[in-house]
Design a protein around this ligand. Structure first.
Ligand SMILES: Cc1ncc(COP(=O)(O)O)c(C=O)c1O
Length: 387
């Protein structure tokens, strides 16, 4: 740090210059990320309440009340208005809290968690931190976890099973009802990672799509991850953890005696945390309402299906599986998909590369013209690579 501070104008100019090469959502070129441009209203409220701290709720009891209301809205969306939880830094923290609660509930020291092979890497981080062994169960031919494989993996050390409602790679939904039956039989904690799908599936169901039960409507589900900073249109950071009962949230709750707002409890990994995030989630959910999200999801799905159709018309390329939500996998049996991704990147398309496919996520910032431009470039690239 230099000794003398710099004037605002100079710093603004420097930032403009330094950051101008980064991708923007508005360009439509970020076509592989699960994040999007936050809703304009959230920008305003976020800035206005930037300094509020939900780590010290004695100072900000009204913000804590808004967080509770935001959780109630999320709980209602996921078939349990009584669910309790918090707005967190993201899906990683939410998944960590779920496994933490499961481990504490079990009272076991040497323990294992069974996750689908498609589970997000946040479960590996969480298991490592918590000293749990992670067991990955194979998928079936529809890229869902194979429940028979999960059953085979259950051991006396197993404390939790995870199902995913909207996998990171393909947006697939695991058979949560079958996992619930298994978890109930074996007396195991069942966590559902709906970090992405939580803000998609309820609205797809409203729109008439067939959506299996994936949330608290399934009796064996103990907790759910749902991220407002993905399809919820809230600013980063905004993840969400919901527990079926308050007793589960209490598993990860700590009394904090020293704060200036007085003694408080924290049931999050971090201490000091953004009140602005919770306020922004509350605001955007109240502003858009079910109707607003339904409209957004409808459009994303329409464009996803348009993209899927366009890809199927490109010789040498195909989709991995018919999309369940606005996540699409592109693969090829004849050309190297890694080379396709590289060439797309050279054309400034920020796609996401998985071991055997390219992932496209049609987020709300993607418009019809972006899909058309993308398909044109993709067509040309595949043509070149086919030789
Ligand atoms: C299914 C799923 N769970 C959890 C996460 C982790 O979320 P975050 O990056 O917000 O921590 C992701 C991220 O994409 C995800 O796709």
């Amino acid at each position: 740090m230099q000794t003398k501070g710099l004037p605002e104008q100079k710093l603004k100019e420097e930032l403009k210059l330094r950051l101008k090469g980064d991708f923007t959502y508005e360009s439509g070129r970020i076509i592989g990320s699960m994040c999007t441009s936050p809703h304009p209203l959230t920008r305003k409220v976020y800035l206005r309440f930037l300094g509020t701290n939900l780590g010290d709720t004695g100072l900000f009891p009204a913000v804590a009340e808004l967080e509770k209301e935001a959780i109630r809205m999320l709980g209602t969306l996921l078939s349990n208005p009584e669910a309790t939880g918090h707005i967190l830094t993201g899906g990683t923290e939410a998944n960590l809290l779920a496994l933490w609660a499961a481990k504490k509930l079990s009272k076991k020291v040497d323990c294992e968690v069974i996750v689908p092979a498609s589970a997000h890497c946040s479960f590996d981080k969480a298991a490592d931190l918590l000293g749990m062994r992670i067991v990955r169960a194979k998928l079936n031919d529809r890229f869902q976890v194979d429940v028979a494989e999960v059953r085979k993996a259950v051991s006396p050390k197993t404390v939790a099973v995870v199902g995913i409602a909207g996998t990171t790679g393909l947006g697939v939904v695991d058979p949560i009802d079958e996992l619930s039956e298994l978890a109930s039989e074996e007396d195991l904690y069942l966590h559902v990672d709906a970090a992405f799908g939580g803000f998609v599936l309820p609205f797809l169901r409203d729109l008439g799509f067939t959506v299996p039960d994936f949330d608290f409507a399934v009796p064996g589900v103990y907790s759910i991850t749902i991220d407002p900073h993905k399809m919820g249109l809230a600013p980063i950071p905004a993840g969400g953890i919901l527990f079926r009962h308050e007793s589960l949230r209490k598993m990860v709750s700590w009394d904090i005696p020293y704060l200036s707002g007085g003694e408080t409890e924290q049931a999050t990994l971090v201490g000091t945390r953004s009140g602005a995030s919770a306020i922004a989630v509350w605001t955007v959910m109240r502003h858009l309402g079910r109707e607003g999200y339904r409209r957004i999801v409808k459009n994303c799905m329409h464009l996803t299906l348009k993209l899927a159709k366009g890809v199927q018309n490109i010789k040498g390329l195909s989709i991995v599986i018919q999309p369940t939500m606005n996540v699409l996998g592109l693969k090829s049996d004849t050309i190297n998909i890694r080379r396709v991704a590289e060439k797309l990147r050279l054309k400034k398309w920020a796609v996401s590369l998985f071991p055997h496919h390219i992932r496209i996520v049609v987020m709300p910032h993607i418009k019809e013209q972006h899909i058309e431009q993308f398909l044109e470039d993709l067509n040309r690239i595949v043509d070149e690579l086919r030789g």
